[in-house]
Design a protein around this ligand. Structure first.
Ligand code: NAD
Length: 435
């Protein structure tokens, strides 16, 4: 099958590479020339475990191509995936669809034979209708179908998630016609046990927002329970196991920590409230989740200030600054909201992140490894759950007092034999007690 992906970011690159790995001929398109030039040289624009090896292998085998020539890529393809970004618009809440509509206009100019246009970007319900209208202005409806096929992969686990998803959702108003082609390209995944769920296009669009909003709600719920645990002396990890083992609830996304962040949950929860507004339907649960999540970042900054006592000129070292482990994505990462409050109080912040130095944090000092953070800080904040932070070398700091605020509960509060360490975590007993 000849496939093209328009938008070679986290979703477009991962999906494109894996479809080529399944034996399809895939062209990945982007309007970022530098990105495409680098990809041709084997330079991968994102940090995603095992992605570079897959890109190199499939590019070498000539099943995977990179180009900025969107016109030719569309003409040469049977299936055209739209995987461009849909960030929050200037109003800070609704989804900005200008990339999707710009691509739809280019597709409209390049329909030279029947094509399936698949919207993989996360888009508000009815966007498929708009894309169809744009393409229909220049083409007969018999020449194309617009399908919704949202993506559920998680950064840091993207390859595994794409290969072994729980389900593939395909929404179309012409299922009979498009189903064989979509089933064919997803066959290797379906064979491994993924459900192939078909629905209308609008339902499929809404499934993606409902899924993200529900997961964000779970995280926010357990974070609020963690706040309560700190007041009543309970252990949030026990609460999470106690409720998560109930099959009706499920244990995943019940880890207390910093607020949810990243490139999807914050923007998608907000966009869902705007979809509700548009269709005059109150989304009160999601609205309060967003509010609680925003408040949490300020609450965590306050906790850091409280731990420091007098914060002026105190040195705080962050271990991890991305919103989760195994990604370099800084979009809407929690610490971006925590740092300004600390800096205002005169705190000196440094950080180390295994995915490298961050252009977003130019004003802060970037350290080369966790030992540099441990030996140069009054307080160490474990912000991201990178595996290497699970076994920090505390022997280095025998001679000095060190406070640790473990926002991911990677350690057990009573596991520190070093009496110079004061350990704080999230929603657990011994909070603010010496280990
Ligand atoms: N990142 C995730 O974990 C994730 C997971 C599921 C779904 N999604 C959704 O997938 C979509 C893409 O997300 P992403 O994280 O891959 O975004 P991204 O910003 O990493 O990548 C988008 C790419 O599209 C390119 N682009 C934008 N306009 C273009 C145009 N007119 N022509 C060609 N290329 C263009 C950009 O240069 C960029 O490389 C979004 O709607 C997002 O919500 C993302």
């Amino acid at each position: 099958m000849n496939i093209c992906f328009i938008g070679t970011g986290y979703v477009g690159l991962v999906s494109g590479v894996l479809f080529s790995d399944f034996g399809n001929n895939v062209i990945c398109v982007d309007n970022d020339k530098k990105k495409i030039e680098n990809l041709k040289k084997g330079i991968i624009p994102i940090f995603e475990p095992t992605l570079d090896e897959l890109v190199k292998r499939n590019y070498k085998s000539k099943r995977l191509h990179f180009t900025t020539d969107i016109h030719k890529a569309i003409k040469d393809s049977d299936i055209v995936f739209i995987a461009v970004g849909t960030p929050s618009a200037k109003d800070g809440v609704s989804a900005d669809l200008k990339n999707v509509y710009a691509v739809a206009k280019v597709i409209a100019q390049n329909i030279n034979k029947y094509k399936i246009i698949v919207i993989k970007s996360t888009v508000p319900v009815c966007t498929g209708d708009e894309v169809e209208k744009i393409i229909k202005k220049k083409n007969s409806i018999s020449k194309f179908d617009v399908v919704s096929n949202p993506e559920f992969l998680r950064e840091g686990e993207a390859i595994r998630d794409f290969r072994y998803p729980d389900r593939v959702v395909v929404g179309s108003n012409n299922l009979k016609k498009i189903r064989p082609a979509l089933e064919k390209i997803y066959e290797p995944i379906i064979k491994k046990g993924a459900k192939f769920l078909t629905t209308t296009r609008r339902s499929s669009e809404l499934i993606k927002y409902a899924a993200n909003a529900f997961l964000a709600t779970k995280i926010t719920f357990i974070n609020e329970i963690a706040n309560l645990c700190e007041q009543v002396g309970s252990n949030v990890d026990d609460i999470a196991s106690g409720i998560g083992t109930d099959a009706r609830i499920g244990s995943r996304f019940l880890r207390a920590g910093p607020a949810y962040g990243g490139s999807c949950f914050p923007k998608d929860t907000k966009a869902l409230t705007m979809i509700g507004n548009k269709f005059k339907t109150e989304m009160s649960v999601v609205t309060s989740v967003i509010k609680s999540n925003e408040k949490r970042k300020s609450l965590l900054a306050d906790k850091i200030l409280k731990i420091l006592g007098n914060p002026k000129n105190k040195k705080v070292g962050f271990l991890g600054v991305t919103f989760k482990a195994n990604t370099d994505d800084m979009r809407d990462t929690q610490c971006l909201k925590i740092f300004p409050k600390l800096l205002k109080k005169g705190v000196k912040i440094s950080y180390y992140d295994p995915s490298g130095e961050k252009k977003e944090l130019k004003r802060l000092s970037c350290k080369k490894n966790s030992n540099e953070i441990l030996t140069n800080s009054d307080l160490v904040v474990i912000h991201t759950e990178w595996d290497e932070f699970r076994s920090l070398n505390f022997s280095k700091i025998k001679s000095k007092k060190l406070k640790i605020f473990d926002m991911r509960n990677l350690y057990q509060p009573n596991s520190f034999s070093n009496k110079n360490i004061v350990y704080y975590s999230i929603g657990r007993p011994f909070y603010e007690k010496k280990a």
